[in-house]
Write a protein that binds this ligand. Structure first.
Ligand code: SAM
Length: 335
């Protein structure tokens, strides 16, 4: 069964069809449930959201048209309610303890035809390496996938390396601040989603993680995304500044270890160069979203005779009913 639906689409001169289609598929923007349209001069590729690729293909146009779409079943049709779940690549993640886990998993596979596996999370993100335990609830028995985000691809084993798709916008916000001559040090890089996107604009990125499996995926993801300006270090971030010649080199230091970034402030202040910015992530209670974190940064700086200026402070996402994942962008002014 098909239905008519008004969708965003990219109008492409016929001769540029294939490279544009590949780009849209690579970005995860191509709408596979609608049929591509054509006339004498143009192809019309349906897309999932409003997207601007004119910097790469100046002769394309974004417009809206009616498309014949495969009629999708909704969660309401199948379950009578909409479950909560995450999607990373072709894997969906649900709560393993949900009494309806099996039913929800089957519904996810029916609604999202690209999902091959549904994992049930048996634990919260935990331990030094911030990973979760899973059981396979439905589909292929695997925990490895490839996730696409802002034109980059990330190969990840979700049972061995931290990853969340919920920080996509935040990673783009940081990458947008990175200039062509900048050095970026990502102290807790995981499989590389901050590092690789930043490396597209930076002069050099240094990506650090203590989890050897994370650095293995960092290497794979650098290759997958054709990144050649990234240095990967498997180490405790507490020991890197002098052991790896990183003292005062960074225009941007990314500290995405929200529960304990404060323990690494001294090292970050060694790595950042005067005028550089530390992007500091924290999990905060709703009644003290920023002030405690700001005080920790200022104390660490003043202990070293440095001053800092808060450029931005914002909520990245909610973390639990009364807790928020926040970020402070802090310029380091003296030392
Ligand atoms: N930035 C990545 C992302 O957004 O997907 C990963 C963030 S995850 C919250 C934190 C990462 O820090 C994990 O990959 C973990 O292995 C790493 N980590 C934890 N303690 C560390 C330490 N002392 N030194 C370096 N890396 C560490």
């Amino acid at each position: 069964m098909t239905v008519k639906q008004r969708l965003w689409c990219v109008q492409v001169p016929k001769q540029s069809g294939e490279p544009v289609r590949s780009l849209l598929v690579g970005m995860g923007a191509f709408e596979r449930d609608a049929a591509v349209q054509r006339d004498d001069d143009y192809l019309y590729f349906p897309v999932k959201y409003e997207i601007d690729i004119r910097d790469q293909f100046p002769d394309v146009k974004l417009l809206q048209r009616d498309f014949e779409c495969v009629e999708k079943q909704t969660f309401e049709d199948i379950l009578g309610f909409t479950p909560s779940y995450d999607m990373i690549g072709d894997i969906a993640i649900i709560d393993a303890d949900d009494p309806d886990a099996e039913m929800i998993a089957d519904a996810i596979i029916r609604v999202h035809r690209h999902i091959k596996t549904v994992l049930g999370a048996l634990s919260p993100v935990q331990g030094e390496f911030r990973v979760r335990d899973f059981r396979v609830v439905a589909g292929e028995p695997k925990t490895e996938t490839v996730h696409k985000e802002y034109g980059c691809q990330y190969e990840i084993d979700l049972a061995r390396v931290y990853f969340t798709q919920r920080l996509a916008t935040e990673r783009k916000r940081i990458a947008d601040q990175v200039g062509g001559g900048d050095v970026v040090v990502d102290m807790f890089a995981g499989a590389g989603p901050f590092s690789i996107l930043a490396a597209k604009s930076a002069r050099e990125v240094v990506a650090i993680d203590k989890n050897p499996v994370a650095t293995l995926y960092l290497e794979r993801n650098a290759r997958l995304n054709r990144i050649s300006n990234m240095r990967i270090i498997c180490s405790d971030a507490a020991d890197v500044a002098y052991n790896h010649d990183l003292a005062h080199i960074a225009d941007h230091v990314i500290m995405n270890l929200p529960h304990s970034a404060d323990e690494f402030l001294d090292e970050a202040l060694t790595i950042v160069k005067p005028g550089g910015i530390i992007h500091y992530y924290d999990i905060r209670e709703e009644d003290d979203l920023f002030d405690g974190a700001e005080a920790a940064i200022k104390d660490a700086a003043s202990a070293r005779g440095m001053t800092v200026r808060v450029l931005d402070r914002r909520i990245v996402r909610s973390y639990s009913p009364h807790q928020y994942n926040v970020v402070l962008d802090v310029e380091v002014c003296g030392g």
